[in-house]
Design a protein. Structure first.
Length: 273
């Protein structure tokens, strides 16, 4: 797997993944905050999870919970948990593909759960176990990390921190639909990895609350004063992402573009977040 060397941070290579040192003095504090906040949120979340599980079991066949392997910090694979929002074993019929806005695989109850983001609440267990953090880049399926890293320079930098239940990209950009949208979100993930602090996490969590109240991405950014790497011209942070359109002459000489083949093979979670 391709590892993009980054001059702005000390890097090491382990099994093809990029490793960055944790923010000085903040890693243990971040973990402690994750534990305390997750326990507090669980008081309210557990009854909601229980009700959602019962409704899903009553309204559609199959289990109430959904689990899937994901890639976490430094490339470690873990199992993520969610409330099931799609028809059971739907990929056996549709095959692996991106989730769309009006995806027919999503149940009626599932659409409501997704709208309210209740389906994500079981990931508090992943936070308590140390697989995830409350804030960080969203985790990807292991079978797709390789193709994405091969097509998007710097992609593995997002694996330098624990993945999050929410993140800077998730409250400022719509769900992924193609490689270009993944590139845009990567800019936000890299911004978080390189500049993240406890104060930054608190602002993102506040921004998540504002987003859940129905505010637009622009409003969220303004209310909690979040950075926008796309608009701020962060050339010193992500220079390799500034040129996103390849030269057509070179592309023709080299052969047909295979990015669409990668996009066709991609699918993220039980619904892209």
């Amino acid at each position: 797997m391709l590892v993009q060397e980054l001059p702005s941070a000390r890097t090491t290579e382990r099994d093809g993944f990029l490793e960055l040192p944790p923010h000085p003095g903040s890693d243990r504090l971040k973990r402690a905050c994750d534990l305390l906040a997750s326990l507090a949120i669980s008081v309210v979340a557990i009854p909601m999870i229980a009700v959602a599980w019962v409704v899903v079991r009553i309204t559609s066949s199959g289990p109430g919970f959904y689990s899937q392997l994901r890639v976490g910090r430094n490339g470690q694979v873990f199992r993520i948990y969610k409330i099931r929002t799609m028809y059971h074993n739907c990929e056996a019929i549709s095959g692996a593909r991106w989730s769309t806005k009006h995806d027919p695989r999503v149940t009626f109850v599932g659409r409501i759960l997704r709208k309210l983001h209740i389906d994500e609440l079981p990931q508090l267990l992943n936070v308590l176990r140390g697989d995830m953090s409350l804030v960080g880049p969203r985790p990807e399926r292991p079978e797709f990390v390789g193709p994405l890293a091969a097509n998007i320079p710097g992609y593995t930098e997002r694996l330098a921190v624990r993945p999050g239940v929410t993140g800077l990209a998730q409250i400022q950009l719509p769900p992924d639909t193609d490689l270009e949208s993944v590139r845009r979100k990567l800019m936000f993930d890299q911004c978080y990895v390189r500049t993240g602090t406890i104060w930054f996490d608190l602002r993102i969590m506040l921004g998540t609350l504002v987003y859940l109240l129905g505010f637009s991405y622009t409003a969220v950014r303004k209310v909690v004063v979040l950075p926008d790497p796309l608009a701020d011209s962060m050339a010193d942070t992500v220079p390799e992402l500034l040129v996103l359109v390849p030269d057509r002459t070179d592309a023709t000489a080299a052969g047909p573009d295979r990015s669409s083949d990668v996009v066709g093979a991609l699918v993220t979670s039980d619904g892209v977040r």
